[in-house]
Design a protein around this ligand. Structure first.
Ligand SMILES: *[C@@H]1O[C@H](CO)[C@@H](O)[C@H](O)[C@H]1NC(C)=O
Ligand SMILES: *[C@@H]1O[C@H](CO)[C@@H](O)[C@H](O)[C@H]1NC(C)=O
Length: 264
């Protein structure tokens, strides 16, 4: 019996280790060896979708926001994180957040939205209107960061996207501070707000997201060296093959009909 056990462990352990290390290395080579976009490439890719492929902003925003909601629900399920606050900025990233808020409400979350700087365009006005119609609470002001934990379990950061250039304007600093100091897990849409799109978090106090959902393709600041232990999903499953070729994208493949796929 003893001899049998010793024999088994001597024989099996190396085999288990070989299997384990081959799983690890194939995971790395499949998912981490990716082309991360510069800020300029991300902007050009976006323009191609509109100009060459005739997508409208609302079409892509709907799919982007849906994939954000899916990744949040996968990582922070309703069973443990049923109350969410989505912090929306003035641009497309904020629009993705408004769409995500609506889908999260459909999924069963109690969702609030803080949208301090509203863009006076029909697209954004309609998205906000829809949020209200679906029962999303629209906040006029933000509780202080140290009180957020009383009301919420998870935050969604839809403040700045890939066009962000520092500095953060004064009127949006409280929103960013809530994300940084709220003591709650933060799910960042496309890039963590306040980060340099290419160089990652700066020397100052920076947001540390628990989850990042890269949209269409990951940007340079979402490389593993910057994200650390954060979960990283890819969403926005709408890229035409011509774009994947043109930008040399090496993206993980989406499983089945899923809107998201985990990176690394
Ligand atoms: C939703 O969450 C907010 C913030 O925590 C809370 O004030 C409100 O009562 C909740 N609504 C429901 C229906 O639970
Ligand atoms: C893609 O790769 C080709 C060949 O390797 C190169 O010529 C081209 O500049 C690359 N394009 C981009 C956008 O990186």
């Amino acid at each position: 019996m003893l001899i049998n056990n010793v024999f088994r462990s001597v024989l099996l352990l190396p085999l288990v280790n070989v299997i384990r290390s081959s799983i690890t290395s194939s995971k790395l080579s499949n998912t981490c060896n990716m082309h991360y976009l510069t800020q300029e490439e991300a902007a050009a890719l976006d323009q191609d979708l509109f100009n060459e492929y005739k997508f409208s902003v609302d079409q892509l925003m709907e799919l982007a926001g849906l994939s954000v909601a899916a990744a949040v629900a996968k990582t922070f399920p309703i069973s443990t994180h049923n109350t969410a606050l989505v912090v929306c900025g003035p641009g497309n990233n904020g629009g993705d957040g408004l769409v995500a808020a609506r889908h999260m409400t459909l999924f069963g979350y109690n969702v609030s939205v803080y949208y301090p700087k509203r863009t006076p365009k029909p697209l954004y006005e309609n998205l906000l209107h829809q949020c209200k119609q679906f029962g999303v609470n629209i906040l006029d002001c933000l509780p202080p960061p140290n009180e957020l934990q009383k009301d919420y379990k998870v935050l969604v950061d839809a403040l700045f996207g890939f066009s962000f250039k520092p500095p953060v304007r004064e009127s949006l600093k409280p929103a960013l501070d809530a994300l940084i100091d709220g003591g709650l897990p933060v799910c960042s849409v496309d890039i963590p707000s306040g980060w340099d799109v290419e160089k990652g978090p700066g020397p100052d106090k920076a947001l540390k997201p628990a989850l990042v959902i890269s949209l269409s393709a990951p940007k340079l600041c979402t490389q593993p060296e910057f994200l650390g232990t954060a979960k990283h999903y890819l969403g926005g499953r709408f890229l035409p093959p011509g774009i994947i070729t043109k930008y040399n994208l090496t993206l993980p493949s989406y499983p089945n009909q899923d809107q998201i796929v985990e990176i690394c």
